[in-house]
Write a protein that binds this ligand. Structure first.
Ligand SMILES: [Zn+2]
Length: 171
């Protein structure tokens, strides 16, 4: 690097310019994407723990995989964070059903979507049973206040499921 005042080349660890004596100001280091990501996870963890969730990071099964982040709660549905980037977080709540996909199941998802304000419900077919997924996307930088409202709304949406006729038979 070069001295800002006289332009002489100086050692990267130098604290003063060897030519003119100007103090080398420390440039604010830009956080790398990994550092930002790590910070985001820390914030989420802290926030979810405050909300009564335990936060679990399950390492990927192989090198190509991504870690799975889970927020577990004793009385609430489990939150999966399956896309977690600096400014986009994809939340999903999976509920395993007792049956394979059927018209009843799709109808149930439609009813859920009528009640949902934030989340979106859909069916994912699997063997031997289908799962009912509720998904919501957070876009933007993490902010404590907005995130609290978001999580609250997401939980509220999913709680609506209980009020839909046939819920007990579905799961
Ligand atoms: Zn200098």
């Amino acid at each position: 690097m070069n001295c800002k005042k006289c332009g002489v080349k100086i050692d990267k660890d130098a604290r003063f310019c060897t030519s003119c004596g100007t103090k080398v100001s420390e440039e604010p280091k830009k956080a790398s994407p990994q550092q930002k990501f790590g910070k985001l996870i820390e914030k989420l963890k802290e926030h979810l723990e405050f909300l009564g969730y335990s936060f679990e990071i399950i390492p990927p099964a192989n090198e190509a995989g991504k870690p799975i982040l889970l927020g577990k709660h004793s009385t609430e549905y489990k939150l999966n964070f399956w896309e977690l980037k600096e400014d986009i977080i994809l939340f999903s709540i999976d509920l395993s059903t007792k049956t394979k996909s059927s018209n009843d199941l799709y109808e149930f998802a439609n009813k859920a979507n009528e009640k949902y304000l934030l989340a979106r419900a859909y069916i994912r077919n699997g063997e031997p049973v289908a799962s009912l997924k509720s998904e919501a996307v957070w876009i933007g930088e993490y902010s404590k206040e907005r995130f609290a409202v978001f999580i609250d709304q997401l939980r509220n949406d999913v709680r609506q499921l209980n009020a839909i006729e046939g819920f007990d038979k579905l799961l």
